[in-house]
Design a protein around this ligand. Structure first.
Ligand code: PRP
Length: 213
C-alpha cells in the first residue's frame, strides 16, 4: 500500500509552473487549477496531496515534516535556510539577485558605510560579508526600489527578472549576487520513510526535466 505524499507549492508564479510540470508528468492537477478558497487538494490519479502556501511557509512545513516535499524559490532557500534536502533544480522561476543603485551612482566609491535595503537581509549580509564589507542593512517588505529613490538607502539587493522595474525607476544593476530558480525540497525523515514513493515522484519529475533539455 503506497503512502500518500504531501507537497507544498509556493502560491503565485511558481504554482502555475509547478502545475504545468506535474501535468506533463501525468498527474491530474484539476483540483489545484480551480482551487476556490481551499488550500489543500488531493490529486485524483496519483497519491499526492497539494498544499498551497507562501514561500517561507513551504520551507517551514517541509522542515517540520507536515509536508514531505516542497516547491520553493532558491531566493527563499537562501534567505531562510533550514534543514531539508534540496534535490532538484526545476529550471523555472529563473531570475537573479542583484545589487542595484541609482543610475550612475558610484556605490563603491566612498569610505562611508553604505546603507542597503532589501527584502532579503540574510542574503544581503552574506553577500557583503563575503566581500569583507560592513554595510547597514534596512529590511523592507516590498517595492524595495523605493528605498534609493527616497534616499533611504545607497543600494538595494533584490530579485531582478526582466530588469523592467529597475529601469522604470531610474535604477541599474551593478553586480549579480546569486542565481535563482525553483527548487524541489524534501523532508529529511520522509526521504527515508517514504523512499519508494518519493523515488517514484522524483523519477516522474526528472523525466520531464530531461525532456525539456
Ligand atoms: C519582484 C522584485 C522586483 C520585481 C523584478 O517583485 O522584488 O520588484 O519583481 O521584476 P522585473 O525585473 O521583471 O521588473 P514582486 O513582483 O515579487 O513584488 P514585491 O516587490 O511586492 O514583492
Amino acid at each position: 500500500m503506497s503512502e500518500r505524499l504531501r507537497i507544498a507549492l509556493t502560491k503565485g508564479r511558481l504554482q502555475e509552473k509547478s502545475v504545468e510540470m506535474f501535468e506533463a508528468a501525468g498527474l491530474d492537477c484539476t483540483p489545484v487549477r480551480s482551487p476556490g478558497r481551499r488550500l489543500i487538494h488531493a490529486l485524483p490519479n496519483y497519491p499526492l496531496d497539494v498544499v498551497l502556501a507562501k514561500a517561507p511557509d513551504v520551507i517551514t512545513y517541509v522542515e517540520h515534516g507536515v509536508c514531505d516535499l516542497g516547491v520553493v524559490g532558491k531566493d527563499t532557500v537562501l534567505e531562510k535556510g533550514g534543514a531539508f534536502y534540496e534535490v532538484l533544480d526545476l529550471g523555472f522561476g529563473r531570475c537573479r539577485f542583484a545589487l542595484a543603485v541609482k543610475r550612475g551612482c558610484d556605490f563603491y566609491g566612498t569610505y562611508k558605510t553604505r546603507r542597503v535595503a532589501s527584502k532579503y537581509p540574510n542574503v544581503t549580509r552574506a553577500f557583503f560579508e563575503g566581500k569583507g564589507m560592513d554595510v547597514d542593512i534596512i529590511k523592507i517588505e516590498g517595492s524595495v526600489e523605493l528605498a534609493p529613490i527616497l534616499d533611504l538607502a545607497d543600494g538595494i539587493v533584490d530579485i531582478v527578472e526582466t530588469g523592467a522595474t529597475l529601469k522604470e525607476n531610474g535604477l541599474e544593476p551593478i553586480e549579480d549576487v546569486a542565481q535563482v530558480s525553483a527548487r524541489l525540497i524534501v523532508n529529511t525523515a520522509a526521504m527515508k520513510l517514504y523512499k519508494n514513493e518519493i523515488t517514484d515522484f522524483l523519477f516522474r519529475v526528472e523525466r520531464e526535466l530531461g525532456g525539456e533539455a
